[in-house]
Design a protein around this ligand. Sequence first.
Ligand SMILES: Cc1cc2nc3c(=O)[nH]c(=O)nc-3n(C[C@H](O)[C@H](O)[C@H](O)COP(=O)(O)O)c2cc1C
Length: 294
Amino acid sequence: MFRLPEDKCVINRYGFNSEGHKAVESRLRQRIKRFLYKHAREDQEQTMEKLKHGQSSTESLVDHLSTNRSLRDDRLLAVNLGKNKASTPESVDDYVVGVERLGPYADVLVVNVSSPNTPGLRSLQRKGMLEDLLRQVITARDQLQSSYKPPLLVKIAPDLSDEELEDVSAAALATKVDGIIISNTTISRPSSLINKENAQQVGGLSGPVVKPLALRALREVYKHTEGKIPLVGCGGISTGEDALEYARAGASMVQLYSSMAYEGPGIVRAVKDDIVKGLNGRKWMDIIGEDARK
Ligand SMILES: Cc1cc2nc3c(=O)[nH]c(=O)nc-3n(C[C@H](O)[C@H](O)[C@H](O)COP(=O)(O)O)c2cc1C
């Protein structure tokens, strides 16, 4: 991971340096178990006994929760799924297994077909392939045993052409996916970058220079999906005004990453306070897609 401090940008080529499904699953289980122990009521003694002896299945474990899987009433835990470098480029099995194994612990699932650091991964954004992938992961999600079926979002790159964005929109509408996150990092290197040295590093670029690219992609998808699918704006957000720009372009929600690396977690509070000021008495819901209606 390389910082471009003059640009407040980051280039990363982590390539999913995760310990894998099983390790992640075990951590997600442990935190739920700890939570249930801490908040156990007397009438749940039997459940606790089962938990202690490891007899509780995933489903019964999460179905005991009286709050979100984030373990907070006002927060969502999203699990972001990628695929292994060693899997064949067209295979979608890793995503399906990801939904089956980690879906039960997630408030929201994200299918990431836009990380630039896994060869072949981004080609899953292509027309026929994306629709097939989405159908398979949605089926796996619908077959989860637990009563709660997490909404499933797909996350795309800011580098897609207008034609590719139209195909993504069509696939999203056809499969009834629950949302689209726009966008991931870019493989482009905008000429506006000040730090030319680190800009040469291979990897995905994030931070303020991604904002125009992500906004363009989001506007395009909003146009094609006509507000029928919630869009999540992401890329270069560090102020409330950045977030509101995404809302006016069509975003129901926003996310940020790089600005947290530079400013720390307090950035979230600052952005939220700024949003309230910028809305000037209006509601976020009132301004979603405002630009497209002008
Ligand atoms: C170090 C780093 C790791 C990332 N890992 C992932 C990932 O595993 N999955 C994913 O969908 N996006 C990943 N992203 C992309 C971010 O979630 C986000 O989409 C992108 O950085 C643009 O937003 P930003 O400009 O606010 O950082 C990563 C970004 C960075 C900087």
